[in-house]
Design a protein around this ligand. Sequence first.
Ligand SMILES: Nc1ncnc2c1ncn2[C@@H]1O[C@H](COP(=O)(O)OP(=O)(O)OP(=O)(O)O)[C@@H](O)[C@H]1O
Length: 248
Amino acid sequence: MATMGTLTTTAVADLTDVTKVYAGPTGTRALDHVTVGFDRGTFTAVMGPSGSGKSTLLHCAAGLDRPTSGRVRLAGTEIGGLREPALTVARRGVGFVFQSFNLVAALTVEQNVLLPQRLAGRRPDRRRAREVLARVGLAGKEKALPGQLSGGQQQRVAVARALAGRPEVIFGDEPTGALDLTTGREVLGLLRHAVDSDGAAVVMVTHDPNAAAWADRVVFLADGQLAGEESAPTAEQVAARMTELSAR
Ligand SMILES: Nc1ncnc2c1ncn2[C@@H]1O[C@H](COP(=O)(O)OP(=O)(O)OP(=O)(O)O)[C@@H](O)[C@H]1O
């Protein structure tokens, strides 16, 4: 199991001594010497007060943003020096689920699920698309447009899209943030299933202690630095730690 400080080789995504300073007049130090790894077959929640660097950590780990210094490895490849199209190749084993679903309104559900494969120049696998849509409970909705679906259904399309490429790691940026309790639980169940059945790593930013309780581990951030972690967390433990961090 990868931990802070020393990293083992089983991590599918890891950051070593990563610092991110955003350009601009204030020069915000969003991440300050962060070392953390995420193993296959584990579900990690990333929590911390607003502005503590959670999204920045996720974006750097996923290769969507570049750190100012430090190393980032994704599926065994160091991505720091990579440019497109090599970066896209490195992201092949990565799925994303965002708070705002990020579906293309003009494309059908099936086309949305196949879009990452098309963008990566691969032959779209329609059988796989149908398989993952069935898994998220959307069999028969292949030809629907996102606007014809509920918010929970749209997020399940986004999960299906993330799963279609058989990802080694799925990054979620508040994937339940826009959902009600019941549909949020459905999405968390699907992410949990990806970990337990497929051996994927899931890394999820959330503000919700109940969502974090679905994870195997919670990593806390405060002011861009790691502020401890909790294994097999309960919602109560997470909420208590968040109250402490917010009071700092
Ligand atoms: N593109 C950017 N340019 C400049 N500063 C930024 C940028 N993105 C984030 N920041 C700053 O970096 C810090 C960390 O932001 P980040 O979005 O990672 O925090 P967060 O913990 O995800 O916050 P929240 O919970 O509010 O979404 C904040 O002070 C934020 O204002």
